[in-house]
Each structure stands twice: as structure tokens, then as C-alpha cells.
Design a protein around this ligand. Structure first.
Ligand code: NAD
Length: 286
């Protein structure tokens, strides 16, 4: 419960855990296991860690997990054929291509081959279009979906609020701005070319920062009582992860704030699991 005048640290792990617990109960009741296919075609250390975590969570939930790991000899054509096969495979309900891909592969073409009804990450233009049109996408991008769920779990009102989203990527900034607009917030989308960011953030009731720029959001940029959602993840030289927000100072001004780690991150994976379950229902409705 929020105590007046005191910051509340948003516990993403707790909200994600409860979402996963609910999901496990629902999955246990199904006749068949929902299937998630994950394609890893790059050598990046973080991507390997993310894919291992997706595999671990899928197995723990009772999903069928298929991970395809490729070395640099993989061709665009072979990857596209695999996706066509997965599109036709009734055991697979969600297909995820871990980004980035090896530099010789064309990301955009590969993502567009995934059937929109199996596009568990919500990156296909059909799902992006549905999101912007305020229609129901088959799946909504996991991190933006997780952010809105987190805000709702803490009963933070969105309607009529001034929100500043910082970062305009296709996987976080733009879709979270669209989702919050659909929730009737007044959204400003800022980015690296925005002039005088502080002028915008100072007016925000809610700040969502997704840049990967450590400590970009300083205390003097935040209005007293604002809600601060930190999506950024940067690894320090000592191995620690930090966000975009100068947490120690901003927490004395904000009403709610997410930590890094333990804020938005756990929601991303929980929403991926939920999307797989929802796509299963969509593909198996009678
Ligand atoms: P990206 O590099 O694709 O986009 C970064 C965006 O930030 C760009 O639009 C850029 O214009 C903007 N930006 C960069 N520096 C800025 C500055 N100084 N002022 C204003 N805007 C600035 O990154 P992305 O894929 O959207 O990810 C953003 C961050 O979120 C990264 O740290 C990433 O690791 C993290 N992330 C976290 C999760 C999670 O689950 N917690 C999921 C996805 C991404």
C-alpha cells in the first residue's frame, strides 16, 4: 500500500511471479502444451542469456520449448524455410526471433515471414498496425505490455495523465507510447534529437525511460510525485546492471519508481509466456 509522501518501489518480480502463477494454473488445465519456438542466430552474450532464460521459464510453466541455435553459416534462405515450417507446425503457437541477428541476415524480412498469429513478440507489421489502430493485435510487444500491466497492478491511473516516453525504438518506445495513448494518456515521445528533454520530463506525471543511457534521468528532471518507469539496462564494468534513472536521487522525488534490476525486466518474460498461452487459445478456439 502507498503511504502518502513516501516513494513506493514497484516490485516487478512480485507482479511477474503472480502473473506466472496464474498462467501455470491455466496451462495445467489444457489438453495440449502450448509451444514456443525461439531462434537464436547471433553470437551475442546477452542474447544467449536471454534465450536461456526464456527456455527455463517455458519449461517451468509446462510449455513445449524448442530453441534453434545457429552459427554464422546460417543463411537467410534456411532461416526463412525454418520459419515457414514453424508457421505450419500445429505444435508451435509462438515464434520468437531473438534480435539482433548476425549482420549478414535481414532482420525485417525474417520478422515479416512469421505468421502474425504466431508472432509472439508482436513485431510483425500486422500486429504493429493493429496496435496503432487501437485494434486488438494478436500479440502485443512484451516489454510495453509488461509496463502497462505493472502500472495497472499498482493502480496508477493513466487516463488524462501527461506521459513522457524517452526512446523511440520499435520494440519499446514507440509501442509503449501507442499502448499508453490507447489508455487515454497524453503521450510525448522523446528521443536523442529532442531539444531540452528536461522541459518535457518536468511536466510529466509519468516518465518511461527506454534509452540504455545510464543515469540520463536526474532528480532535477522529475516533477515531485511523478511515477518513474526505468526500462534501460546497462552493464557496469563491475558487472552490475543499472538503468536510465539516477535511482538513489530520483526516488526521493518520485511517488513510484521501478528498480533495475527487478522492475520492468521480469514483466517482459512473464508477458512472453502469457502471449504464448494467448496465441495457443487463438489457434485452438473451437
Ligand atoms: P534502442 O537503442 O533501439 O533505442 C534507444 C532509444 O533511446 C532511441 O530511440 C534513441 O533516440 C533514444 N536515446 C538514446 N540516448 C538518448 C538521450 N540521451 N536522450 C534521449 N533519447 C535518447 O534501444 P531499445 O532496444 O529500445 O532499448 C532501450 C533500453 O531498454 C536498453 O537499455 C535495453 O537494454 C533496455 N531494454 C530492456 C528491456 C527489459 O525487459 N527491461 C527490454 C528491452 C530493452
Amino acid at each position: 500500500m502507498k503511504i502518502r509522501g513516501k516513494v513506493l518501489i514497484i516490485d516487478g518480480k512480485k507482479v511477474a511471479f503472480s502473473l506466472l502463477e496464474d498462467l501455470k494454473l491455466k496451462i495445467d488445465k489444457l489438453d495440449k502444451k502450448p509451444g514456443l519456438a525461439v531462434i537464436l542466430a547471433n553470437d551475442d552474450y546477452s542474447s544467449k542469456v536471454y534465450v536461456a532464460s526464456k527456455e527455463k521459464h517455458s519449461i517451468a510453466l509446462g510449455l513445449k520449448s524448442c530453441v534453434y541455435r545457429f552459427d554464422k553459416s546460417i543463411t537467410q534462405g534456411k532461416l526463412i524455410s525454418l520459419i515457414h515450417e514453424l508457421n505450419e507446425n500445429p505444435e508451435i503457437n509462438g515464434i520468437l526471433v531473438q534480435l539482433p541477428l548476425y549482420s549478414h541476415l535481414c532482420e525485417r524480412e525474417i520478422l515479416e515471414v512469421i505468421s502474425p498469429k504466431k508472432d509472439v513478440d508482436g513485431f510483425h507489421p500486422v500486429n504493429v498496425g493493429k496496435l496503432y489502430a487501437g485494434l486488438n493485435p494478436y500479440a502485443v510487444c512484451c516489454t510495453p505490455k509488461g509496463i502497462v500491466k505493472l502500472l495497472k497492478a499498482y493502480k496508477i491511473k493513466l487516463e488524462g495523465k501527461n506521459v513522457v516516453v524517452i526512446g523511440r525504438s520499435n520494440i519499446v518506445g514507440k509501442p509503449v507510447a501507442a499502448l499508453l495513448t490507447n489508455e487515454n494518456a497524453t503521450v510525448t515521445l522523446a528521443h536523442s534529437k529532442t531539444k531540452n528533454l528536461k522541459e518535457h520530463t518536468k511536466k510529466a506525471d509519468i516518465i518511461v525511460s527506454a534509452t540504455g543511457h545510464p543515469k540520463l534521468i536526474k532528480a532535477d528532471m522529475v516533477k515531485k510525485g511523478a511515477v518513474v518507469i526505468d526500462v534501460g539496462i546497462s552493464r557496469q564494468l563491475d558487472g552490475r546492471l543499472i538503468g536510465d534513472v539516477d535511482f538513489e536521487k530520483v526516488k526521493d522525488i518520485a511517488s513510484y519508481i521501478t528498480p533495475v534490476p527487478g522492475g520492468v525486466g521480469p514483466m517482459t518474460i512473464a508477458c512472453l509466456m502469457e502471449n504464448t498461452y494467448e496465441l495457443y487459445l487463438l489457434q485452438n478456439k473451437g
